[in-house]
Design a protein around this ligand. Structure first.
Ligand SMILES: C[S@@+](CC[C@H](N)C(=O)[O-])C[C@H]1O[C@@H](n2cnc3c(N)ncnc32)[C@H](O)[C@@H]1O
Length: 282
């Protein structure tokens, strides 16, 4: 019972009642989404949720606000203001891409390279900073310098806040691609790779809400990848450049890599999708 004598709903009950609204709005996995929003609004764990923890008045207000926004297909990570990446939680919000689990592979590539002797790692297009901050936080102090760039001032602000949150040392630079960076042993990049004409057909969470600057890869999707490859081949000369690519793009990107005189290795992600193209110059 609440103060008015009315029965207070549990977070679980509120979520079950909201599920059809989300489903009707086309939100995928409506049951899980309703649960996630109710748990986030109530500030409770899954165990508490399934044990029938109540949704108090503040929690209910938050939940209703979340529902309104989610029905407009705003990504749940923007509602919560954060997203998990590897073992850490990163602040995200409008203006910054929500980091995806498949991108976690870039961190492993960076860690392996540092174990193999790399001393400077550059991440190009850092967004929330999830890759650069995870890498710096997982390295031992003094192992390597981590530098990260982005063309978006908003992204740099969010990334810096995430580095502070995780006590990670990363030098962030507002720059076009590698910009003024003069040296990097390893370059990691999840650049925008969606062909401009295909963005509007993506799910609304992406096309309506995520920043175009983080998605738009030009006419064929490869405009930024080409430019970064060229810069690496002619100026930066890293030992290794690892590029995340979209579904079906790896063969094209491997050809672009070969055209710069480098070898290309393609790595698959946990869904067996060709996800990363690693370029190495002889
Ligand atoms: C696909 S998002 C990746 C963000 C983050 N690395 C991640 O994986 O979650 C691409 C990022 O590249 C940035 N970007 C776009 N064009 C750029 C450019 N010319 N130079 C530097 N960064 C750029 C975007 O602002 C965005 O943050």
């Amino acid at each position: 019972m609440n103060g008015d004598g009315a029965e207070r709903q549990s977070a679980w009950q509120a979520a079950r009642a909201a599920e059809p609204l989300l489903a009707e709005a086309g939100v995928p996995e409506a049951r899980f989404e309703a649960e996630y929003l109710a748990r986030t609004a109530a500030g409770i764990s899954r165990a508490q949720y399934f044990a029938g923890a109540p949704l108090d008045d503040d929690g209910r207000q938050r939940f209703e606000g979340f529902l309104e926004r989610r029905i407009r297909r705003e990504p749940s990570a923007y509602l919560a203001g954060e997203r998990e990446f590897r073992t850490r939680t990163f602040a995200v919000g409008p203006g910054v891409l929500v980091p995806r689990p498949e991108t976690e592979m870039l961190v492993d590539i960076g860690l392996d390279a540092v174990r193999g002797g790399a001393r400077t790692v550059l991440e190009v297009g850092t967004g929330s900073g999830a890759v650069a901050v995870s890498l710096a936080a997982e390295l031992s102090p003094g192992d390597a310098r981590v530098v990260a760039t982005d063309l978006s001032a908003r992204a740099i602000l969010v990334a810096r806040a995430n580095a502070r949150r995780h006590a990670a040392r990363v030098d962030f630079v507002l720059a076009d691609l590698a910009g003024p960076i003069g040296r990097a042993d390893v370059v990691l990049a999840n650049l925008p790779y969606i062909p401009s004409g295909e963005i509007d057909a993506l799910e609304p969470e992406v096309s309506r809400w995520e920043p175009r600057l983080a998605l738009d890869g030009g006419d064929d999707g490869y405009a930024l990848i080409r430019r970064l490859l060229q810069d690496c081949a002619t100026r930066l000369r890293p030992r290794l450049l690892a590029l995340e690519v979209g579904f079906g793009q790896a063969p094209d990107v491997a050809k672009l890599v070969h055209a710069t005189g480098a070898n290309a290795e393609v790595l698959v992600d946990f869904n067996a999708i060709e996800r990363i193209v690693v370029a190495q110059w002889p």
